[in-house]
Design a protein around this ligand. Structure first.
Ligand code: JHZ
Length: 408
């Protein structure tokens, strides 16, 4: 593991501390039963702010091969809401950019093909790029050609050299995962046709701070972006943030439309102004975050402790990466939570990192009917509660942990 002392984006040395989540296990390193007895790697998780370019980031860089290659358990296709969100995105671009059989849509971190399959369905050529073996294989099985590797500036050169430049480049929830942020963005510039658009989604730092979504912080996420920080980053590579949308997915995200020609629209001007007005580009915006997160920890511990003292049984829903941060920081183990359920079959049968709580299929909820379910995947609360209507009808209650613990 490497620890940076300078800003990942601009190289400034005076980083200011925001939050220390302590030493934690890797959020997506789910354990098999055999691994429970082995030492589990843990790394510090420290969040800092760059006063020069306003980028919120963590200090630690765990090698990407350790994080993403073997046994990466995240498969995008297990959320219906995410599938709908992605399909709408693809159909909108196909119509707006008049894409057809002569176009090329590329996705960086294409996972199991959840997005590109919408282009394939209507005969538009695609290329997925993803280093995670299992998801890349799943994509190939559904007809999404996928290079099982990391996207880099060199790979972009190679593809462009072969004449494979893209009309659309998607990069959803990947920019924050990349240590060489500038190399990645320069790769986008190389791979994009002069008339093309890169459509990039990132969790939005303003939502993260305002809704106390501290659990979005884990070693995979090196950066937490504002439009201000991204606008600067893109401009450094001859790319322009021309349009932006705020979306509810993942607790609040930005969808950024980036092109080689500068035609900055009102959506971008408005958001940049809002960030200045709300001081998102200043350390004061982040100063109270650590105290709020500590308060959340105290409140959630107290709530779970009181329920356990009354003899209530509690399970959790969603073996999400963010769930690992939450249980490890708050200190929720098998004494509080009997089991976690998750629809993702690649996660079932394994154990949560750090706390070693078993992960089972969602049917276990009705079988065991614990009185409470802690929603670790609170970002999909509506979808999950809808799907678990019967559990609720039988008297089960849900606990939503952020922005403050609440029983619903
Ligand atoms: P989910 C993901 O993080 C992946 P995670 C990644 N780390 C990233 O950057 C962020 O998003 C932004 C399950 N589930 O997607 C599926 C059900 O079982 O919130 C997932 O395991 N039933 C790249 O891992 C988990 O919950 C359901 O009905 O924190 C949700 O994980 C639904 C809707 C989900 O993100």
């Amino acid at each position: 593991m490497a620890t940076t002392m300078i800003c990942r984006s601009c190289g400034h040395a005076g980083l200011e501390s925001v939050l220390d989540l302590g030493r934690t296990a890797l959020a997506d390193r789910l354990l098999t039963a055999e691994q429970l007895g082995e030492p589990e790697p843990q790394y510090p998780l420290v969040v800092v702010f760059c006063p020069q370019c306003s980028l919120l980031q963590i200090l630690e860089t765990v090698p990407p091969e350790v994080l993403f290659c073997e046994n990466y358990p995240y498969y995008s296709s297990f959320s219906d809401a995410l599938l709908r969100h992605s399909r709408d995105n693809a159909l909108d671009l196909i119509a707006r950019r008049e894409l057809g059989p002569g176009s090329l849509a590329v996705e960086l971190a294409s996972n199991d093909g959840y997005l590109l399959k919408n282009y394939v369905e209507v005969g538009i050529p695609v290329l997925g790029i993803d280093p995670a073996e299992g998801p890349a294989r799943a994509a190939a099985t559904i007809g999404v050609p996928t290079l099982n590797t990391f996207f880099t500036a060199e790979l972009a050169q190679q593809l462009a050299g072969e004449g494979r430049r893209a009309d659309v480049i998607h990069a959803n929830n990947v920019l924050a995962h990349v240590a060489d942020t500038n190399g990645f963005v320069s790769g986008i510039a190389t791979l994009l046709k002069d008339s093309g658009v890169a459509v990039i989604e990132v969790p939005y730092v303003k939502d993260l701070i305002e809704h106390r979504e501290f659990d979005t912080i884990y070693h995979e996420h090196l950066c937490y972006f504002s439009a201000t920080a991204l606008d600067r980053l893109f401009r450094g590579h001859g790319l322009f943030l021309n349009e932006v949308k705020r979306l509810p997915i993942h607790g609040g995200s930005l969808r950024l439309y980036v092109e080689k020609v500068e035609r900055v629209g009102d959506s971008v001007k408005g958001l940049l102004k809002l960030e200045v007005d709300d001081r998102v580009d200043r350390i004061d915006f982040y100063r109270d975050f650590a105290r709020q997160v500590q308060q959340l920890r105290t409140d959630l511990r107290a709530l779970l402790g009181a329920l356990r003292a009354q003899g209530k049984r509690i399970a959790a829903y969603g073996a999400a990466a963010k769930g690992a941060t939450l249980i490890n920081y708050v200190g929720i183990g098998p004494e509080q939570i009997d089991f976690v359920v998750d629809r993702n079959v690649h996660k079932q049968g394994k154990y949560m990192p750090g706390q070693h709580i078993p992960i089972l299929g969602p049917e276990k909820l009705l079988e065991a009917q614990p009185e409470y379910v802690l929603l670790l995947a609170w970002n999909f609360a509506a979808e999950i509660m809808d799907q678990q209507a019967e559990y609720a009808q039988r008297g089960g209650r849900f606990i939503i942990p952020v922005p403050e613990p609440k029983v619903v």
